[in-house]
Design a protein around this ligand. Sequence first.
Ligand SMILES: *Cc1c(COP(=O)(O)O)cnc(C)c1O
Length: 262
Amino acid sequence: MADDGRAGATPPGGRQGATGPEGVPEGRAARIAANLESVRDRVARACAAAGRPAGDVTLIAVTKTFPASDVRILAELGVRDIGENRDQEAAPKAAESADLDLRWHFIGQLQTNKAKSAARYADVVHSVDRPRLVHELGRRVRAEGRRLTCLVQVNLDPSSSPGVLGPRGGADTRDVLGIADTIAAEDGLVLGGVMAVAPREGDPGSAFARLYEVAERVRGRYPQARTVSAGMSADLEAAIAQGATHLRVGTALLDDRGPIVG
Ligand SMILES: *Cc1c(COP(=O)(O)O)cnc(C)c1O
């Protein structure tokens, strides 16, 4: 039995803070299984309402701030796509989960100096929003002998301007095709499509509708770039209604992260 430092606080035979094998709290797997079922149910209903087959939409479980043991539970429940937003956290978690058959999605703002690390474990980077990052990811992924799918992150803030990244990253809609061209031209990178986070203010549905227009423009030039990564715990129905192919869901699967969200 692993000692996670809490075992000593557990009264003999007591249930509080009890842990199962490897320090995983008892009931955690059941909790995540129940959450997953309700998220899958929401996805199925939203797809039905939009007249789309449920198989159209891939669920990415966002495990940021949660331990690798949760990744393992998700994998046992059949989730294959895992999302992380900080390299410092993602790299060790991916290493701990190397025996599992997972696809790692990097969804957070990526500093150029973290491209080398991300190129080792990421299968998809959702947050590509500037040419310099494209070239650095290409260089690093070629050195690793890997391939990497890249999505262009779009800033959906209506007051955004060309050449200026949003506060949470993302290129102005007018810059997206140019970045898509840069990705498509870079050896080792595959252009997958587009990604966005709904603005904090306003109706997510109208924001996702703008994303869909941008996605269509990209697809007009690159027919294989079909991914539209949009929708989180609070707005996945609106994203599905507006053509999302990939959802990035954290809290609805794993419960509250608390106030510290990167
Ligand atoms: C954290 C995060 C998510 C998941 O958000 P939830 O509200 O927990 O579902 C999705 N996308 C990005 C970019 C994130 O950082």
